[in-house]
Design a protein around this ligand. Structure first.
Ligand code: AMP
Length: 517
């Protein structure tokens, strides 16, 4: 298979249908609403890059927003609010922290709020059943969580196929999926017999009758994961050299190639991971240049860099904390007890999603491996340590090559031989990572040194299919190890192949067919 575009791709990326136009607007305001006055909505963001999740988001037209989650302000500049509170957005000059005004009479009323905690009142995003960038497998995982009931449901928008929506419903035994079809005038339907002007109306209708669905839509799926704010706080969004005294190390999590990693607290309250770098392991100037770029890389499948302490040694890197540590250890600890192929394909798909984002940014990771993927709660996997390989030197995994050290068994032959690191050498490493995933963290090329493995690779040798690995999955690995870099798939292609791995055109979506005669 070559580097084809996504299945059914209409190549309309960037052309987001105007979903909010077709939603019913709230016509009456609660006591929490206030009148909009002198609102400054700036559509020119010349500050940091607009977070990717919101690149296609329409600028607020109705400026009354609702809080999707509760938030405790972390500095005097920020607002504290409860889920459901309404507020007026006064200023969106800053890409990720918006100035807002709450209408309450007590407490602070004006301040900054994280952009990903609010949505326009009555928009689809503000609905409790809307799970924006949720894949089919993730929807199943969420709906099968304890606390959901027969009739729990969610509506999701495909991350890669903007503008496509699906309904996922738990029928008491399994999760069923239905595609929501769109009408030219902006409405929606599941069967042509019943058409609706908005998604709200559709949800209300099927809440009262099954009409071909597996059951009525009774309760929005529980939202267990609260997203992280985009930064440690409003103040560190642009000034991310922080005082090291604001950090407290609580528990050592691991010893990495370049120093120690600690679980810690920032300002005595916010859990963070603190990476302390061995003195002399890098040039602070090189690191700062890299970190500058890394700070602006934002994606749900990339570890968010929050802040740094570079004024003294040892340098600290502060990132989001991932509860279950490295994927390598996680896989080895499980060793096949509870993790099986569907879950393993989902892990690979999540990593491919983060890498596909780096690909769009023309950013090369250089050290993609299970040891550099971290595991969070609710089976969330994120790529870590991107960009660091450029500024560090390491040890055992990183075998010497002239004056640099490389993780030879993960590095594409052209990168070892000619120092040609590209997105395609990352794709090669992704194939090795897939091998690690299916073998529960086995060392690739057992019994060979990296140098010996390289010699064999040049003679056409490739890692044989692991015993438990399905043929189709092994095929994807082999594509990543194509000797010609340009013939390896893109991460975008890898992402959809893995996301659609269990889908077939015929079986993936049910028809609500009680009206089909
Ligand atoms: P590293 O130096 O990145 O190889 O990290 C060493 C170990 O520390 C990893 O294998 C993880 O177990 C742990 N670790 C690193 N970063 C984090 C993080 N952000 N959250 C939780 N654990 C981490």
């Amino acid at each position: 298979m070559g580097n084809c575009c996504r299945k059914n791709c209409s190549c309309l990326s960037g052309v987001l249908p105007c979903v909010f136009n077709n939603e019913k607007r709230a016509t009456s305001y609660t006591t929490n609403d206030i009148v909009i006055q002198n609102i400054h909505i700036n559509t020119q963001h010349d500050g940091p890059q607009l977070p990717p999740r919101f690149e296609n988001r329409r600028e607020p037209q109705i400026n009354t927003y609702v809080a999707l989650y509760s938030y405790e302000g972390r500095t005097p500049d920020e607002l504290s609010f409860k889920a459901g509170d309404k507020m007026v957005i006064l200023d969106t000059t800053h890409a990720s922290w918006w100035k807002a005004k709450l209408s309450r009479t007590r407490g602070k009323t004006e301040g900054y709020v994280p952009f990903n905690y609010v949505a326009p009142v009555s928009s689809i995003e503000s609905m409790p059943w809307f799970f924006k960038d949720t894949k089919r497998t993730a929807a199943e995982r969420l709906l099968l969580q304890p606390g959901n009931i027969t009739g729990s449901f969610l509506i999701r928008e495909s991350e890669s196929q903007k503008g496509e929506y699906s309904l996922s419903v738990f029928d008491g035994i399994a999760v069923k999926h239905y595609r929501l079809r769109k009408l030219d005038d902006g409405g929606f339907y599941i069967t042509a017999k019943s058409k609706f002007i908005s998604m709200n109306e559709l949800v209300e209708y099927y809440g009262k009758r099954e009409e071909g669905l597996c059951c009525k839509l009774l309760k929005p799926c529980l939202k267990t994961a609260i997203p992280l704010p985009p930064d440690l706080c409003y103040n560190t969004a642009d000034h991310w050299e922080i005082d090291r005294n604001s950090l407290k190390c609580l528990k050592k999590l691991g010893q990495g190639q370049f120093g120690e990693v600690w679980e810690g607290l920032w300002n005595n309250t916010i859990p963070v991971a603190i990476k302390t770098l061995k003195t002399g392991s890098m040039n602070p100037q090189d690191f700062l240049r890299e970190a500058q770029f890394m700070k602006n890389l934002r994606h749900p499948k990339l570890i968010q860099l929050y802040a740094v302490c570079t004024l003294e040694e040892p340098v600290y890197i502060i990132t989001e904390l991932m509860k279950h540590g490295s994927l390598h250890t996680y896989l080895q600890n499980d060793n096949g007890t509870s993790i099986h192929i569907p879950h393993q394909v989902d892990m690979a798909a999540q990593v491919a999603s983060g890498m596909a984002y780096l690909e769009t940014q023309s950013f090369i990771h250089r050290d993609l491996a299970a040891r550099n993927v971290l595991v969070g709660e609710n089976s969330v996997y994120k790529v870590a340590d991107f960009g660091l390989a450029r500024v560090f030197t390491g040890d055992d995994v990183y075998e010497a090559k002239n004056d640099t050290k490389l993780p030879l068994k993960w590095t594409a032959p052209e990168a070892v031989k000619y120092n040609k690191f590209t997105v395609k050498s990352d794709v090669w490493a992704f194939g090795i990572l897939m091998f690690e995933i299916v073998t529960y963290g086995k060392m690739p090329y057992p019994g060979l040194t990296g140098r010996q493995a390289l010699d064999k690779l040049e003679q056409g040798y490739r890692i044989p299919k692991p015993f438990t690995c399905p043929h189709d999955l092994y095929e994807i690995m082999l594509q990543c190890w194509n000797a010609k870099p340009e013939e390896r798939p893109t991460f975008e292609t890898l992402q959809w192949k893995l996301e659609d791995y269990f889908e077939t055109e015929a079986s993936s979506y049910l028809e609500a067919n009680s009206f089909v005669r």
